[in-house]
Design a protein around this ligand. Structure first.
Ligand code: TMO
Length: 313
């Protein structure tokens, strides 16, 4: 590039930043983060893209169910990972009250459910069928669960209704909630050392599938209303007698006031769409490589300019 061209290019960038800054409010866009790695990294990726467009951004750690009320009220501006299985019900309830809306789905297809690493199948060959799992309940027993099997569930705020499912399907399992996602991976790594059977709550996209090959337990298939209507699912008297959606959505959510206040950032958010491998990579950078989420986000943006540069046009 000649020196003249370079001067012209930087002048164009300065003019563009100025235009954006005047279109959007200078107040920070508040982005909520939750307790699993891909969501935190993705929040920082989206926030750092906003910053390249001249916006200012703040992050606030937020309960992953209560957040939909926070978005609805405009306390936070948006949400980047609305998983159908975990948050579909809270999202829908907030939409019905008014104040937030979907700004489209990611390309990614999601699943969240009971899952086991492959070595578990040797001790319980009828897997992945849930009735076969239940027949093997005793091999999953721990001191905490007596002669019943343990499901190591996620943190309670993910609200997976696992104990309701155990009760609805008459399973010989007890749900123990892990305190954090990191506790799930630590238990899985410990079980791997002794090749002990283990069943945990897991999800995809996630880094774990690359580290520990495994399978989801196949429960009676999810049908809309299984969580609200006892008539749906095999037990006519109970809700939650089914698995989570096997091909769930991953949505983005925005406060209804976001478009008026930060039109440029809002337009970017509508364009954002990540794939399963991209989201698994975000989790891996933190959970395996040990990066801080904001550094992982900067690294990802640096390596994937071709993916996101079009979103800011
Ligand atoms: C919502 N989650 C990905 C933790 O299952």
């Amino acid at each position: 590039m000649t020196r003249m061209n370079m001067l012209m290019a930087s002048a164009a960038v300065a003019a563009m930043t100025a235009t954006i800054a005047s279109a959007d409010s200078s107040e920070p866009i508040v982005i909520p983060t939750h307790n699993w790695s891909s969501q935190i990294v993705m929040s920082h990726i989206v926030g750092q893209i906003f910053e390249t467009a001249g916006n200012s951004v703040e992050y606030v750690s937020t309960d992953s169910q209560a957040v939909y009320e926070s978005i609805r009220l405009g306390d936070v501006a948006l949400g980047v990972e609305v998983w159908e299985g975990a948050y579909g019900a809270s999202f829908d309830a907030a939409v019905a009250k008014g104040g937030l809306h979907s700004v489209g789905e990611h390309d990614a297809v999601t699943r969240e459910d009971w899952w086991y690493p492959m070595w578990t199948k040797e001790a319980c060959p009828g897997l992945p069928d849930w009735e076969a799992l239940n027949d093997c309940a005793a091999i999953f027993a721990t001191p905490e669960t007596g002669d019943k099997g343990r499901l190591l569930g996620g943190p309670v705020d993910w609200l997976k209704h696992d104990q309701e499912r155990v009760d609805a399907l008459g399973m010989d399992f007890v749900v123990i909630n892990a305190g954090s996602a990191a506790a799930l991976w630590a238990s899985l790594a410990a079980a791997e050392r002794t090749q002990e059977p283990i069943v945990i709550f897991n999800w995809t996209p996630n880094f774990a599938e690359a580290v520990w090959p495994g399978e989801f337990v196949e429960f009676p298939a999810w049908e809309t209303g299984c969580d609200t209507d006892p008539a749906i699912g095999p037990n006519p008297d109970a809700t939650f007698d089914c698995g989570n959606p096997a091909d769930g959505y991953l949505k983005k959510a925005a406060w209804d006031g976001m478009e008026g206040k930060w039109p440029t950032a809002y337009a970017v958010l509508t364009n954002v769409s990540f794939t399963n491998p991209q989201i698994a990579e975000m989790a891996r950078l933190v959970d395996i490589d040990g990066m801080e989420p904001e550094d992982a986000a900067a690294h990802w943006l640096d390596q994937n300019a071709d993916v996101w540069s079009g979103w800011t046009d």
